[in-house]
Design a protein around this ligand. Structure first.
Ligand code: FAD
Length: 259
């Protein structure tokens, strides 16, 4: 595999840092190629701005179309092009982060905002009455696989079906479906560690073993069976799931997973 890890934690000696180190060591030890973007160490700029788009910028700024023109003409700023090149190189992408305010740290969201440009992350393919682009199963990153690896402060029960924070699958849906599946990547089930604010050495050792096992079985892991946009499950042009396709007991985000 060619694995690209995007690491988002301000302290390299953190639990998240340890998980990234384990991933690099385990994957390279198994003969895979690994590249890491350590966003805080790189001083990643997470704010979209006119400087991103070179001479493709318009006035007033039009982030959607300026980003598409800049991508198409190769004038995106060098830091964005470098990240897009790593994504093109990889067949497997891992996002490593702590759950902060029920989501990813802002620096990682800013990485997505700037790197997943029009023509690359979205705005791909024909848009008409019968087809709304190449998304959710198709797209520029089709053929790649992605996975979240995250650490969570609270215990697992808080993130279970009746847990007060809502099910973890729901919290992660905007990232897994809205960001990773949207440009065509298959999404593997996440690796989630709970109750991580304080971990004993024993709990850490157990977590490290679980993580190594996940890493060494990535190639055999089935992706989450999200429904493909362009395979007939959705009515056009509304893109509502066709009546009768829902799995009994499923609602909300769960409607968009088959099987
Ligand atoms: P660290 O603080 O680095 O470490 C955690 C524990 O692991 C420590 O006990 C440490 O000693 C141990 N450890 C670390 N590395 C090693 C190692 N190499 N060997 C042995 N032991 C090690 N939680 C929620 O549940 N929901 C939220 O919405 C949420 N929002 C947050 C928002 C903010 C802004 C912040 C700061 C925290 C939030 N949290 C939330 C808690 C957060 O998810 C956890 O603090 C985080 O996931 C822990 O990961 P870390 O890498 O920062 O851990």
């Amino acid at each position: 595999m060619k694995v690209f890890i995007v690491h988002a934690h301000p302290e390299r000696r953190s639990l998240n840092g340890a998980l990234t180190d384990i991933a690099v060591e385990t994957l390279t030890g198994a003969g895979h190629a690994v590249r890491v973007s350590d966003l805080y160490a790189m001083g990643w700029n997470s704010a979209v701005g006119a400087d991103d788009f070179g001479d493709a910028v318009s006035s007033p700024l039009d982030v959607v179309h300026d980003s598409g023109r800049a991508y198409g003409t190769g004038v995106l700023s060098a830091d964005i092009r470098a990240e897009q090149e790593k994504l093109k190189w990889a067949d497997t992408v891992i996002l490593q982060f702590p759950l902060w305010w029920y989501s990813m740290p802002a620096i990682l969201k800013g990485w997505v905002d700037r790197v997943f440009t029009y023509g690359f992350g979205y705005g791909v393919g024909e848009h008409n009455e019968t087809r709304y682009g190449d998304r959710f199963g198709d797209g520029a990153l089709k053929g790649k696989r992605a996975m979240l690896s995250l650490t969570v402060g609270g215990p697992e029960s808080h993130y279970s079906d009746r847990g007060i924070n809502g099910p973890i699958d729901d919290l992660l849906y905007p990232i897994q479906h809205g960001i990773l599946y949207h440009p065509g990547m298959e999404v593997l089930p996440p690796f989630v560690l709970y109750r991580t604010v304080r971990m004993s050495a024993e709990v850490f050792a157990d977590a490290a073993e679980q993580w190594k096992k996940r890493l060494l079985t990535l190639e055999d892991t089935d992706p989450i069976p999200y429904r493909r946009q362009n395979d007939g499950d959705y009515e056009m042009p509304s893109l509502r799931l066709r009546e009768g396709l829902e799995i009994p007991g499923r609602s909300g985000f769960g409607l968009h997973t088959a099987g």
